[in-house]
Design a protein around this ligand. Structure first.
Ligand SMILES: NC(=O)c1ccc[n+]([C@@H]2O[C@H](COP(=O)([O-])OP(=O)(O)OC[C@H]3O[C@@H](n4cnc5c(N)ncnc54)[C@H](O)[C@@H]3O)[C@@H](O)[C@H]2O)c1
Length: 207
């Protein structure tokens, strides 16, 4: 199978904490080549680029230039929620597939705009709701679909994930930041996965 030629737009916290392992150290790494990277924060981008040997001429501060100059199949748009729309639209217009971390946007208008563009371009726009593949969630869905739980009335979810302090000495500080818990409670940070599963798998059946 040919590898997917991927351009990474945004190399901030989610890449540092999570996606670098997917790109370079996972069971799926042999399926992708990180062809180019882009970030307006040159220092952070170069740290990432130096660690993984991304050539200097494949590092960009402008995603439009990256898309124009490098032959790509897809981009991963890892910019903040409020800044997903422009690079997603640009990539779809260039005929590329796009993967975005959850949530797709911080407002419904941006989300609809990206979805409409993907339909218009017949492109792939994926949102990384990885809990969809969690075997426990899939089993609950199957049981529910089989009618094992009867009619849906209410559900109680317990979150077993915990926020780990990755490296208290790492700068810029993220999970280890003093105000992380007050600024990013699990309600906003992880409960989005539960809300997405409930709305997709469960409420849909009783509408
Ligand atoms: N951090 C996590 O653990 C985590 C987990 C799940 C989902 N997410 C999602 O991942 C996305 C990114 O979050 P983050 O925590 O990495 O944010 P972040 O602020 O740490 O990183 C975002 C990066 O995007 C760069 N950027 C901004 N505008 C740009 C542009 N025009 N072109 C190129 N680069 C640009 C910034 O310089 C920064 O390096 C968000 O949608 C967030 O909700 C993050």
């Amino acid at each position: 199978m040919e590898k997917i030629r991927l351009g990474v737009i945004g190399t901030g916290s989610v890449v540092r904490e999570i996606y670098q392992h997917l790109y370079f150290g996972s069971d799926y790494s042999h399926l992708i080549d990180i062809e180019a990277i882009c970030d307006v924060n040159e220092k952070g981008m170069n740290e990432f680029g130096d660690r993984y040997g991304i050539p200097r001429d494949r590092r960009f501060s402008d995603y439009g230039q990256m898309i124009e100059k490098v032959k790509l199949d897809a981009v991963a748009v890892n910019t903040p929620d409020s800044l997903h729309k422009a690079p997603v639209i640009r990539a779809l217009d260039a005929g590329l597939d796009v993967l975005v971390p959850k949530p797709l946007a911080d407002n419904v208008g941006d989300a609809n705009c990206m979805i409409e563009k993907a339909k218009d371009r017949a492109g792939f726009l994926g949102v990384d709701f990885h809990k969809r593949e969690d075997p426990r969630i899939k089993e609950a869905k199957t049981r529910f679909s089989n009618g094992d739980y009867g009619e849906f009335q209410s559900s109680v979810w317990y979150m077993l994930d915990k926020l780990l302090v990755a490296d208290p000495n790492y700068v810029p500080r993220f999970f280890a930041s003093e105000n992380f818990a007050s600024e990013n409670t699990p309600v906003s940070f992880l409960t989005v996965h539960m809300a997405e599963r409930i709305s997709w798998d469960f409420t849909r059946r009783v509408r």
